[in-house]
Every structure is written in C-alpha cells, then in structure tokens.
Design a protein around this ligand. Structure first.
Ligand code: ZN
Length: 247
C-alpha cells in the first residue's frame, strides 16, 4: 500500500477510492485459469436493473468496452480478464467487505487485494480512463482547459471551473440537489472542510464537486499528474486537499 491507513480511511467516503481489502482469488478461480494479478472486478447481482443498464452502456457500440478492447483489454467472466464480470453470489465476502449497497460494484484488484474501488451512485464517469485508473492507479484522463469564461453566479468562495461532472447522473442538477449530494455520504467528509457551502452559488458547488471527484477519486490525488488549467494540478497540493477532520 502506498497510502497511509488514515488517508485510506479518509478517502473511503469518496466515489473512486483507494482501498485495501483482502479477498480470496480462489472463489473466482474454479478452473485452471491463472488470475490476472491486476484486474478490475465488476460485481453484479441478479434482478438488478442498474447492473443491466450499466453493462449495456459499457457494451454499446463506441462504449467503454469497445474502446478498451481496441487497446488490448480482455473482458469476460474469467479471472484472466482485465475486466472480470462476476455475480455477487460468487464473491459474497468481498461484496460484504466492500459494503456495496449499490450494484454494480466495481473494484480494482491486485493479487488478493482490492486496492481501488469505484463507488456506484456517484457518477464518476465509468469510462476507459476510470478503468485505467482502477487497474493501474494511473490517471491518463486528458486535462481539458476550462472551455469558456464564467458567465454564472459566484460568491467568491470557490474558484469556478468547467467540464462538470454529473451529480447522480444529472448533468444539470439544481442547487439543492448538488448541495444534498455534497452533504451526502459520498462527500460529507471532504465537503465539511469547506464550511458553510449552503451559501455558495450552484456553479461553485459544482466546481467543488468536480474537484473532489478528480482529486480524491485518485484521478489526480497528489501524484503530480494533471497540469494546465488552474488548480487541477495535483502537484501543488492545495491545503484544502486534505480536510482537517482526516487527521
Ligand atoms: Zn459525487
């Protein structure tokens, strides 16, 4: 593990997170197939409309699976796949350890350990870059510049940015919804470091939300990746990266 335990604990509340959970590969190795050491598990359930919807989105023409396969990724039910799709009944203990209330549950595995975890429900986009991060810990997501000058309300409490992430699948969320999401279980720990965000403008809330996902999702968390626009760079580690409550 590269991360200190307290940091892991602090990050566990976010959506795409480093984790350290041991499990038995044996449960997933019923044949003579040698498991890939580094792979992503997609844990699904029976009678799970969200699982079906997510999988069909991933499998659609031009979707993440097609793009990843073009890069040489294998995707299938066996543990030698880069992305292994398993039913929760095959890995009940792991599913329990992950505390997955929401399926599909998606985890990056190294050997017998889950080291990264994508939390469903937070809508970090489940795209090839997220899969790349899950399997390698490296963020290769291109850093895009803020596309247009701010023409929206600001209270001066937070730097505005563009390229917003969705909030629970909503790309045009209301102030109330964004605030509730930031105060909800996925972000409450980190958002609490910013004080009375209730008074912030919607664009400020959305900008904070974007940054939380990108930094604390491991997508640029202090590994020096990312450059260009404003404080998206992880190298400078602004002081608000780590809330005091994490200490
Ligand atoms: Zn979120």
């Amino acid at each position: 593990m590269r991360l200190l335990p307290w940091l892991c604990a602090a990050l566990l509340t976010f959506c795409a997170v480093p984790a350290s959970i041991s499990f038995s590969n044996e449960a997933l190795t019923t044949t003579a197939i040698t498991p890939r050491r580094e792979r992503v598990l997609i844990i699904i359930q029976d009678d799970c409309p969200k699982c079906d919807a997510e999988l069909s989105k991933l499998k659609q023409s031009g979707g993440a699976f097609e793009l990843l396969k073009a890069k040489g990724w294998s995707i299938g039910p066996t543990p030698d796949s880069h992305i292994q799709i398993v039913n929760q009944t095959e890995v009940p203990e792991l599913a329990k350890s992950l505390g997955a209330a929401d399926y599909p549950a998606i985890a990056g595995v190294t050997g017998d350990e889950v080291i990264r975890y994508f939390k469903s429900g937070c809508t970090t986009p489940l795209d090839p870059w997220t899969f790349g991060w899950l399997i390698s810990g490296k963020n290769e997501r291109p850093t895009e510049p803020v596309s247009e000058p701010a023409r929206v309300a600001s209270t001066g409490n937070y730097r505005l940015r563009g390229n917003h992430w969705s909030v629970e699948g909503d790309f045009n969320p209301s102030h109330d919804k964004t605030l509730a999401h930031l105060r909800g279980p996925n972000h409450v720990t980190s958002a609490s470091a910013y004080g009375s965000i209730e008074t912030w403008s919607l664009e400020e809330l959305r900008s904070l939300h974007d940054d939380l996902h990108e930094r604390e999702g491991g997508l640029s968390s202090g590994v020096g990746v990312g450059s260009g626009s404003s404080s998206r760079s992880g190298s400078s580690k602004p002081s608000y990266l780590l809330p005091k409550s994490a200490r």
